[in-house]
Write a protein that binds this ligand. Sequence first.
Ligand SMILES: Cc1cc2nc3c(=O)[nH]c(=O)nc-3n(C[C@H](O)[C@H](O)[C@H](O)COP(=O)(O)OP(=O)(O)OC[C@H]3O[C@@H](n4cnc5c(N)ncnc54)[C@H](O)[C@@H]3O)c2cc1C
Length: 434
Amino acid sequence: MARAVVIGAGLGGLPAAYELRHHLPKDCDVTLIAGEPQFTFIPGLVQVALGHKPLEHVQQDLHALARRHHLTLVDRAVTAIDPAGRRITVAGGETVDYDQVLIATGAALAFDLIPGLGPHGGHTQSICTPEHALQAREAWQRFLEEPGPLVVGAAPGAGCFGPAYEFLLMADHDLRRRGLRERVPITYVTPEPYVGHLGVSGVKNARELTTQLMAERGIEVIDSMRITAVEPQRLLLENGRALPFGYAMVLPSFRGVSFIRDCPGLGDEKGFIPVDPTMRHPRFESVHAAGVSVKLVQPDPTPIPIGLPKSGQMTEAMATAAAHNIAVEMGALPGPLQVPTLEALCFAEFGPTGIAYIAAPVLPDPETGRRRSSYAVRGPWVVWAKAAFEEYFMLKIRYGAGLPWFERLGLRALFRLRLFRPAPPRQAPQIAGT
Ligand SMILES: Cc1cc2nc3c(=O)[nH]c(=O)nc-3n(C[C@H](O)[C@H](O)[C@H](O)COP(=O)(O)OP(=O)(O)OC[C@H]3O[C@@H](n4cnc5c(N)ncnc54)[C@H](O)[C@@H]3O)c2cc1C
C-alpha cells in the first residue's frame, strides 16, 4: 500500500495530513507521527501563560482526531530518518517506511546559547510549548502576589517576535486591571533594530504604531541589544547593563529538531530544511517540509542577526502546498504543482487593542527588493478577529479541514492576499533566499 507520512502534528502537520487524506485515494495510507498526544494551537499559549484561558481550550486529542479522519497515528517522536532508504525510526525503535514524507516538526528551542536562559535550569520563562506555558503561568501567579520589575524580550538570532509583544502588552494590561502596574516597571529587550520590526523590515506603519503603543503603556524599549547571560533575577546585556527582574519571559532563538540535525544532508547548519519553491527537498525527492522547520533566509541583514518569522498562516500555506504537491507526485492529482507565495497576515493582540501586520510577501522580490504590499493597522477589531480566528481554527481541526476555499477567498477579499501560485516546471528558481 502506498504511504504518505507527515511528521509533526502542529499547525502545519495536522492540516497537511487532512489535505493528504482528502487528495489521496482510500487505498493509500496517510500516517501522522506525533511527538505529543495532543494537537496544540501554539498562538493560544500566550493567553494560557497569563492565566486567561485553560490549556485544554487550545488543545485537541490526536487519537480521537486520527480515528475520526482516517489517519494512522504513531504517537511517538521520530528519533531518526533515512531519506535515501525512505525509513523513519520512532522512540522505542519501531520503523515506518514511506513513499513521500512531509516534515513539519516546528522548532527546537536554543536556550543553551545563553547561560541561564529558559525554564529548564535557567531563570527565565518561555511560552513556546504547552509545558512552558503552564510553568510560566505558575510563575506569573507567584509574581502577582509579589510584584517587581518585568522584563520581556527575545534572544539574539530569534525569528519569532510577535508572541513576545503579545505577552508584554497583555501582561501590562493585566497588571493595570489588577491595580499593580505602578509597582511593576516593564522593559522590552530585543535584537530587532527597532521596535515593531518583528523580523520583517520596512512594513509601513509597523514601527510608528508599535512605538506609540510602547510609549502609551510606559514601557522602556531596549532595541538592537544582545542578552549575554541570565542570573537569578538579573538579565545581563552586551552593553554591560544588568536588568533586575521579578519575572522575565524571553523567547529563545530556534533551530531544527534533533533528528534533522543528525541526518547528513537533510538540514542546514541549524537543522532547518532547504526546499525548492514547491516545498520539496532539493536532494531528497521524497522529502517535503513546511512551517518553522523550513529554511528561509532573512533577506535584510540587521546589526544583530535575527531570523525571518514563519507565522501560522505562512505555515498553513506551505503545508497545504506541500500536501498538494505530494498528492501530485503520488499520481492522485494532475498538477500543476503549487507554490506558496508566503504572503502573510499576523494578528497581534495587546489587551483592548491589537495590530495586524501584513507582508505580501514576507520575502521581497529578489530582483527589486520590494514587496507587493506591506503595512500594519491598529484597532480593537484585531482582538476580535484573532479570537474569532482561533475558534474557527479549532473547529477546522475538529472537522478535519485544512485550508478550505472560503478561507482563501476571505483572505483575498479582505486583505488582498493570494496564498498560492502554480509552479513553473521543476527547474524553477528557488524561493528567494533559500
Ligand atoms: C507562543 C507563540 C505564539 C505565536 N503566535 C502566533 C500568532 O499569533 N500568529 C501567527 O501567525 N503565528 C504565531 N506563532 C507562530 C506559529 O505558532 C507557528 O508559525 C506555527 O506553530 C508553526 O507550525 P509548525 O507546524 O511548523 O510547528 P508547530 O505548530 O510547533 O508543530 C510542530 C509539531 O511537531 C512535533 N514534533 C517536534 N519534534 C518531533 C519529532 N521528533 N517527532 C514527532 N513530532 C515532533 C511537535 O510536538 C509539534 O506538535 C506563535 C508562536 C509561538 C511560539
